[in-house]
Write a protein of this length. Sequence first.
Lengths: 185, 198
Amino acid sequence: MIDEFRELIDGCIKSEKRAQDALYKKFSSLLFGICLRYAKNRMEAQDVLQEVFVKIYNNIHTYHHDGSFEGWLRRIAVNTSITHYRKNLKHAYQEDIDDLVRHKNDPIAHQDLEYTAEEMMNCIEKLPHGYKTVFSLYVIEGFMHKEIGDMLGIDVNTSKSQLSRAKNYLQRELATLSQIKMQVR
Amino acid sequence: MSEERFFEQVKGTMSGYAPEVPQGVYGKMRRALWWSNFTKLSATRFNMWYLLLLLGAGGGAYAVSNSADNNHDQIIAAPVMNNADGNGQMVNAVSISDNTTEQKPDCLQTTEKCSAKCKTGSKASCAPISTGPEHAIETGTTETTVASEKTDATETEIPTTLVLTAESEEAVIAKAAEPTPKKKGKKLTVTQYKDKEN
């Protein structure tokens, strides 16, 4: 797998346009998916994605073939997204508070999950920005609450509570989606 | 459903999520990459810093050449004491002031301090006897002449700098040194009337 990318990586180190284009073609969709999970909207995700690729091309010489190349790319995408998130941190927390008041006592639906990635993503996108970020970092990227706290500049307990609320919110959204799907059938 | 199971299912569904990227992103990315390379300090490729250096050097060279040209092109019309025949006759001549010379001719008869100031471009101390472009008119209107190099009196060709004999030099210095009193009261005008023939 590493050998498969070695030529691509060497080409990118030499700033060859052909290699850069091939890298973009191969990984842009995957990285765009990551950016979407942390951005407020699609436009912001596009801006983050282009920044991610600029960082990749400029720093590809620092990749030493000692780990997964895809993992290295994902890490750059996550870090860049988090940097963007921290820039808009104030606004994100305002959304969280509003949402907390609105859904404080709503019942949580528990249903089996049979959703496509697209449907799941649509539900995740509806989460408040802060919830979505903590949820993605914990559930999909696999970071611990301490790491999330350090990355986002928040307390560990805040991370835990936001994850809990995100889970409830998402389950509710998915339950609503299930109901809609049942009605269609 | 337990929390762990829910999270596992979400992760399983989302891990392969790769939506289609809009077309415009690639172009924007290429532009961002170009700009990033252009603004990055790198000795190996052409970038903003090279351009700034080139512009700075070009601008500096232009300014220097322009100022040098200006100095050489300043033509001063002033009466000059021509010593070719040694009688100190005043002739109207055109002299060229050269401010770029190391030794300013107009400062030779003044102190060292003055000459040092002239080198730095300060002409305040040399004002009464200066041949600089702004002082040339002044000396010309007072019908005195301007100081110059201490050249031989037998020199025939008109030099680029102005020529002055030792006697006239003293006269100039003395005249320049004495303050001109301000005239008070009304200025009298003399009108000449011609008698009519008829």
